[in-house]
Design a protein around this ligand. Sequence first.
Ligand code: NAD
Ligand code: DAU
Length: 341
Amino acid sequence: MQNLMVTGGAGFIGSNFTRYMLEKYPNYHVVVYDKLTYAGNLDNLKDVAENFPGRYAFVKGDICDADTVRETIHAHDVDTIVNFAAETHVDRSIMNPDAFIQTDVYGTYVLLEAARELELERYHQISTDEVYGHVPEGASRETDPVAPRSPYAASKTSGDLMVNAYHVTYDLPVTITRGANNIGPYQYPEKVVPLFVTNALDDVPLPLYGDGLQMRDYQYVVDHCEAIDLVLHKGQIGETYNVGTGSEMCNIDMTHLVLELLGKPESLIQPVRDRLGHDRRYSLDVRKICRLGWEPVHSCAEAIEKTVRWYVDNEWWWRPIKSGEHYQAYYKQQYEGREIE
Ligand code: NAD
Ligand code: DAU
């Protein structure tokens, strides 16, 4: 394994993973293959392009486009696909599921077919804790049945099922990791933590859904990258591994912490109408990946603290996104008239 194709590598986790792998393995090459949707951003990889000129390449392409996928695999002598490419925001999947089904289901199939025909060494799928659905108590194990509840979660689950089917049917060497809520550098400010941090910095209200008692496991993105690296090198073929901190925090506590770290008043919290079908809690049992030799470095609170600091220090990155036409239109559609007093 030396030549990785990182699909969706211009997004949040994929760009962090690309940087992490190139820094850690001096003999690895990475080709980032990305459609550059609203969430893809070459600014996420600016330093990577500068620091690893001979070992990093970028190809603009859609994972649903079988010809360009194959051409890229040939041109870069790819032996491993790590698939981050997806539509990823639950609220957008509620507004319009179409692109989710295209990319997260059909796109996954296109990559699997290419991996099978071209006999790649490994196909790794980046999945999510949302495939297990809402977890009122306890923690989800990899053997638990899937029970997705949003169009996003259903699309990701379908991708996972196809990955497993390719392993069973064609003996394709696959692995899957299912991550909790990632936070850290370069996360598009539609996701709650960067949204709240950047709104608070501008004294704009923080739209908190429902009662704010939903629980999430906020994990630092680099911890997730370490886990993916470990599974790529030591994971068992055909297996799935959960990746999370194993701790959790409710949204209202996360919001208070963000405001406290920024020295902003609680009056910025604006309760708004809840998300449709909102999953109140996810929780992952991470003992399987810990047995492989991984452990989370950052707690939820530490991850939030580091993330807040990054957004404070990197206005150059998020200000152009937030002032852009696409973001403004999305924000209006998603939040206008949603306040509850
Ligand atoms: P993101 O939205 O920041 O980035 C997604 C990237 O995929 C973008 O660069 C986008 O341009 C690209 N993309 C979208 N459709 C494409 C297509 N058809 N062809 C090629 N590229 C395409 O996402 P993220 O938060 O970095 O998530 C990456 C992966 O991790 C996803 O598969 C997601 O389901 C999974 N995941 C995310 C989290 C999280 O908390 N963010 C947690 C667990 C799992
Ligand atoms: O759990 C892993 C998943 O985490 C990933 O698979 C998804 O790609 C990623 O988007 C994320 O999904 P969530 O729906 O959990 O993340 P989001 O940041 O959208 O919301 C986190 C919590 O915050 C959730 O309970 C909803 C709430 N929220 C969200 C937004 C955007 C608010 O209260 N207000 C908001 O404006």
